[in-house]
Design a protein around this ligand. Structure first.
Ligand SMILES: CC(C)(COP(=O)(O)OP(=O)(O)OC[C@H]1O[C@@H](n2cnc3c(N)ncnc32)[C@H](O)[C@@H]1OP(=O)(O)O)[C@@H](O)C(=O)NCCC(=O)NCCS
Length: 237
């Protein structure tokens, strides 16, 4: 029986929904601004990935990547060839990111891309992972990609759930799984959706940038006042 089917045959009390499920359901109705990242965001990508715990690094990269290995991965990111997307919080910290890598064509397979994602531990269960996935699908469709591939460890319930929900076929090979999602062709609607989303995310970023500058000014003002108060006290003493 599927997990979500209500069990009418037994009289067990319904089990309480897990927090990550409740949060993800609520998040499904919230718009998430997703920005395309560029060269100037490289250091933020590094900070975000270095913030992942060893187990998350293992889930993200398939091995327990060291700081140096993450550094090399970030150095090699090609922002012009691949697509790197991100979600920023009010403090302009990168709290979630996705890497959509276009794969070279093979004789039997063309127009493929690979998707990888990470969400900061404190921002999980809010639907960011799912939203980044949907965003990547939209983006890839509009660039004539036909198949999106996701390599995940078989234990990675959250990632495989996102992929399955989108209709991907998951093939398990021991501890590793490969999910393949056939993308629908691009359409006028998909291009329009990408355009509107991109512009709205840009506006959101500019707004946060403005708010962040105001916060920084307040902090500076506070520091100056504290400094002046201290200087005043030491003159009196
Ligand atoms: C995988 C990951 C990106 C998910 O991000 P997230 O923002 O927490 O995911 P969402 O909130 O969009 O949740 C997606 C679905 O997974 C479920 N889920 C989330 N965390 C879960 C967990 N720990 N166990 C089981 N299911 C979970 C949610 O309930 C939701 O399902 P629903 O839509 O049926 O309710 C995040 O856990 C992560 O960064 N992990 C480490 C790196 C990684 O594993 N990357 C993927 C390999 S490329």
């Amino acid at each position: 029986m599927p997990e979500s089917t209500p069990d009418t045959q037994h009289s067990h009390p319904p089990t309480a929904p897990q927090p990550h499920r409740v949060a993800a359901k609520e998040a499904a109705f919230r718009w998430v601004p997703i920005r395309s990242l560029s060269e100037r965001h490289r250091h933020r990508v590094l900070t975000h990935l270095l913030g992942l715990e060893p187990h998350d690094r293992y889930l993200r990269f398939g091995y327990a990547a060291s700081d140096a290995q993450i550094g090399r991965y970030v150095d090699l990111l090609d922002f012009r060839r691949d697509e790197i997307f991100g979600v920023f919080n009010r403090k302009l910290e990168l709290i979630a990111m996705a890497h959509l890598a276009y794969l070279p064509d093979h004789p039997n397979e063309r127009h493929l891309c690979e998707f990888g994602v990470s969400v900061s531990p404190k921002a999980r269960g809010r639907g960011y992972g799912s939203r980044l996935f949907d965003h990547a699908v939209l983006h890839a469709r509009n660039r004539y990609v036909e198949i999106m591939i996701i390599h995940a460890l078989s234990e990675n319930t959250a990632m495989l759930k996102i992929a399955r929900k989108a209709g991907a076929t998951v093939v398990r090979d021991g501890s590793e799984s490969e999910a393949r999602l056939k993308l629908p062709p691009e359409s006028v609607g998909s291009h329009l959706e990408e355009l509107v989303e991109g512009q709205a995310a840009e506006l959101d970023y500019r707004f946060k940038h403005g708010a962040h500058r105001v916060d920084q000014l307040f902090d500076l003002f506070h520091e100056v006042r504290v400094g002046m108060a201290k200087a005043g006290r030491s003159t009196i003493e």
